[in-house]
Design a protein around this ligand. Structure first.
Ligand code: SF4
Length: 78
């Protein structure tokens, strides 16, 4: 699975980072993004390419997608 955050709709409430801090990062500007393979926050929420989510993190990422109040964690085709 690959994901990115559509920052236009991000409310900055941070549930994604609380559930999966190894996948998401809440930035100083109050918007979330995804982390790259080195754990560094990606520019533009990781759009358009997205960050790869490995199997060990998938369940927590799906939980984050479910609770995201902005419905802005986008899933890309594998
Ligand atoms: S849960 Fe959704 S709306 Fe909230 S900070 Fe994360 S991406 Fe943004």
């Amino acid at each position: 699975m690959r994901i990115y955050v559509d920052q236009l709709d991000c409310t900055g409430a941070g549930q994604c980072e609380q559930l999966a801090p190894d996948v998401f990062a809440l930035l100083d500007d109050g918007l979330a993004t995804v982390r790259d393979a080195d754990g560094e926050p990606m520019a533009d929420g990781g759009a358009p390419s997205g960050a790869v989510v490995d199997a060990s993190r998938t369940a927590r990422v799906l939980d984050a997608i479910d609770v995201c109040p902005g419905a802005c964690i986008r899933r890309l085709p594998d």
